[in-house]
Design a protein around this ligand. Structure first.
Ligand SMILES: Cc1ncc(COP(=O)(O)O)c(C=O)c1O
Length: 392
């Protein structure tokens, strides 16, 4: 069978590979604990499930959700209220918001909407594994922009050669950052807007962890003056409301880009099941306290894990956002060989930093989306079974 050449460059999706590894080990009877994937084990709020059940019983919602091709206006109005309340951002629900099947879908459709074949697209390295395939699929080339510990894992925009910036049509980035857990500063976002304006670059600011911060301000790219002139922010109900399986999110900001994404979507996927959009309204309007409770849960897990890592000899600056910990691999290990050691000795699965880009080498990512007893068991195994670790 002929398979399109564009797929040749695309490696198997990292988390599918990890899931297969976990399933294979479980099939052998090994009690594997996964700290690899950012997929909350905790339940979606009851009232959201109830809203879905009620809406699913209404035959009106069994039809194509295409009456409003940008997503239900009522859902987009709820998004606007949420952005106003949580981030002080004013959005026009009619022109500046389109509903998405999760922000991952937005990453892909942003490229189809904004990027031409042959374009250069800036992308952070390390970076979320979904970005590069979206860029390749439209026939463009990703240009990696390094994120390093010494700069708080923020890209140094002045390092991007001006001939590259002039060629670039778009830039993908996300803070609070997956995989590093770093958060952006307002000053950096202002610099990003100025950079995008100077080089006419469309920003795809992917912000699904906007709510998961520890001791710092929740920040939307759209709260920075001029942001709406240069880009969109993708966001999602996946992480704040434990709704990864529901597939619902939004792209907001520049009306031309939002409209272009809506045009791509109306020719591609026909939108989100209306009952899920009604449930999404419930989450956005009534679940701020739930999100804050979950951030508290992550804070507790994070402190437990940081204490255990400290006991094992790790010294590093704890990130201020997301439910990930991005930790240096011990001396003598690559990111992959340390993940192998954890799997073999402790039956703990982690994500190798190198899978996020060349600048991810030397790091391992742990996710805190496991129940407390499983996290404690993973930490106990690491403390008891790992050999003495050394660090630079
Ligand atoms: C940076 C980043 N963007 C997008 C996504 C996808 O989120 P969604 O469930 O909204 O598609 C994730 C999921 O882990 C992510 O880490």
């Amino acid at each position: 069978m002929h398979i399109a050449k564009r797929l040749e460059k695309v490696p198997p999706y990292l988390f599918m590979t990890l899931r297969n590894k976990i399933n294979a080990a479980r099939a052998q009877g090994i009690d594997v604990i996964s700290l690899a994937i950012g997929d909350p084990v905790d339940a979606t709020p009851d009232r959201v499930v109830e809203a879905l059940a009620a809406a699913a019983r209404d035959p009106e919602n069994h039809r194509y959700p295409t009456d409003e091709e940008w997503g239900m206006l009522a859902f987009r109005e709820a998004v606007a209220r949420w952005y106003g309340r949580r981030y002080g951002v004013a959005l026009d629900a009619k022109k500046e918001i389109v509903a998405l099947i999760g922000s991952k879908e937005g990453c892909h459709h942003f490229a189809l909407a904004v990027v031409d074949e042959g374009d250069t697209v800036l992308v952070t390295d390390p970076g979320y594994p979904g970005y590069k395939p979206s860029i390749w699929f439209v026939g463009a080339e990703p240009y990696p922009v390094a994120m390093r510990a010494e700069n708080g894992f923020l890209p140094n925009l002045s390092e991007i050669p001006s001939e590259v910036a002039k060629k670039a049509s778009a830039f993908y980035l996300n803070y609070p950052n997956n995989p590093t857990g770093a958060v952006a500063t307002r000053a950096f976002l202002e610099e990003l807007v100025a950079f995008a304006k100077a080089y006419d670059i469309a920003i795809c600011y992917d912000n699904p962890y906007s709510e998961v911060v520890f001791g710092v301000e929740r920040l939307s790219f759209l709260s920075v003056p001029g942001a709406k002139e240069v880009g969109v922010e993708l966001n999602s109900l996946s992480k704040p409301f434990n709704m990864t399986g529901w597939r619902i999110g939004m792209a907001s900001g520049n009306p031309d880009i939002v409209g272009a994404i809506a045009k791509v979507k109306s020719n591609t996927d026909s939108g989100i099941f209306n009952a899920i959009q009604y449930a999404g309204i419930e989450a956005l309007d009534h679940c701020d306290a739930f999100t804050e409770h979950m951030v508290g849960v992550y804070r507790v897990r994070r402190e437990r894990m940081l204490a255990a890592l400290d006991g094992l000899g790790w010294r590093f600056d704890a990130p201020k956002g997301t439910f990930y910990l991005w930790v240096p691999a011990p001396k003598g290990y690559t990111s992959a060989s340390f993940c192998e050691l954890l799997l073999e000795q402790c039956a703990v699965v982690s994500a190798p930093g190198a899978a996020y880009g060349v600048n991810g080498e030397g790091y391992v990512r742990f996710s805190l989306t496991v129940a407390e007893d499983r996290l404690d068991e993973a930490l106990r195994r690491m403390t008891e079974r790992l050999p003495k670790l050394e660090f630079d």
